[in-house]
Every structure is written in structure tokens, then in C-alpha cells.
Write a new protein. Structure first.
Length: 188
């Protein structure tokens, strides 16, 4: 598997600036820790983590074409690369790397917005993406601590942080992000 990982990383590295690649490695390392902590397959966590942002710098017109060609949700066509890079990244994972595991594909697909009924792997990638060591923002330490203690509480706090950030910066909120937030707030 380690050879496969290096193969994928080589391709991923070419698709992004150095800083984003370092972020990718940070997400991988954090995802491995969380996978071990919460009993998830570490190879699956590594695979999802190293591919998750592969489409981040892809051309938006090209991504829209991928949405049309693969008949993804047409509402995606009204959104920018922030929202497109997850679902398009999942298509690349399948087509270019031959990943068939739906859980890994979903972890990539929903890593930005989340969704309802997320699997442990999906939560791990969402949370690891936010708290990996290179991330610096107010409150990140608390999120890191929560992630060690309880995956669901960490997920809830991370989604709350994202939604608050989007509201504070007056950005549109993608429907799945809101559904994910509602799903988490309804739990327990
Ligand atoms: P990154 O790719 O590692 O930077 O992290 P993400 O994929 O999680 O997020 C990418 C960007 O999308 C971040 O700036 C988020 O704040 C933003 N984002 C997350 N959810 C939404 C949403 O519902 N709407 C909008 N407009 N942006 C979002
Ligand atoms: Fe991303
Ligand atoms: Fe990321």
C-alpha cells in the first residue's frame, strides 16, 4: 500500500501549490491518528486524505463539464471551486486512481460541506481537514482537543465553526452544509 500511496502523492503534488500539498500531508497524518483512535481502516483514511483536495486548483469550466458529463447534481453548476472540488475530486479518485470504495469516495465528495448520516471515515476526513497541524485560526486548539475525545462532538463543533464563518463573511451556504448542520444539531 505504501507504494500506492507514494504513487498517488506524486500525482497529487503536481496538481497544487506547495502549501496545499503540505496541508494534504497534514490531513493525512491527522486522519491516521483519528482512524486509529476511532477504529477506522487507516489505509482508507490515508487514501481519502491524500486525494481530498486534488481538484482544488482545477479549472472551474472543466469542473462544470465534469458535473455535466457525470450527471452530478446540476445545482453544483451554480457554485464555484470551493464547492465543486469535493464532488469533482471523487470523480477523479474513481476515474484516475480506480478507487471503488464508496466510503472513501464519499469522504472526498463531502469533505467540504458534510452531509446527513456521515460515516466515521467521512467525519474523520472533515475534521482532519480543519484541524491538521498547519491550520491556524481562533479556536482550532479546542477543536483539536475535542477530536481526541469524541468524534461526533468534534464534527459538530467543526460544522458549527464553518457555518458561523460563512455567516460572518456573508457567503452563500450550500444546501448540504445546512442539512449537515441540522442533522448534527438534531442528534442526541
Ligand atoms: P480546503 O479545501 O482544505 O481549503 O477546505 P474545505 O474543502 O473544507 O473548504 C473550502 C472552502 O469552502 C472553505 O473556505 C470553506 O469555508 C468553504 N465552504 C465550506 N462550506 C461552504 C458552503 O456551504 N458555502 C460556501 N460558499 N463555502 C463553503
Ligand atoms: Fe477541500
Ligand atoms: Fe483540504
Amino acid at each position: 500500500f505504501m507504494e500506492r500511496e507514494q504513487e498517488i502523492l506524486q500525482v497529487v503534488k503536481e496538481k497544487m501549490p506547495e502549501k496545499r500539498y503540505i496541508h494534504t500531508l497534514g490531513v493525512r497524518d491527522t486522519a491516521v491518528l483519528l482512524a486509529k483512535r476511532y477504529g477506522v481502516d487507516t489505509d482508507a483514511a490515508i487514501t481519502a486524505a491524500i486525494i481530498h483536495d486534488i481538484a482544488k486548483y482545477a479549472d472551474v469550466q472543466w469542473m462544470r463539464q465534469v458535473v455535466r458529463d457525470h450527471e452530478l447534481n446540476p445545482t453544483l453548476l451554480q457554485w464555484g471551486s470551493e464547492i465543486l472540488h469535493g464532488p469533482v475530486g471523487a470523480v477523479i479518485a474513481k476515474e484516475q486512481f480506480g478507487i471503488e470504495d464508496e466510503d472513501i469516495l464519499n469522504a472526498i465528495r463531502y469533505h467540504t460541506t458534510g452531509r446527513v448520516n456521515m460515516s466515521k471515515l467521512e467525519k474523520i476526513i472533515y475534521v482532519a481537514d480543519m484541524i491538521e497541524p498547519n491550520r491556524q485560526f481562533e479556536g482550532v486548539e479546542r477543536l483539536r482537543k475535542l477530536a481526541e475525545e469524541n468524534l461526533d462532538k468534534a464534527m459538530k463543533a467543526c460544522v458549527k465553526h464553518t457555518i458561523s464563518f460563512l455567516v460572518a463573511t456573508e457567503q452563500c451556504i450550500y444546501p448540504l452544509s445546512i442539512e449537515c448542520y441540522n442533522d448534527l444539531m438534531r442528534e442526541e
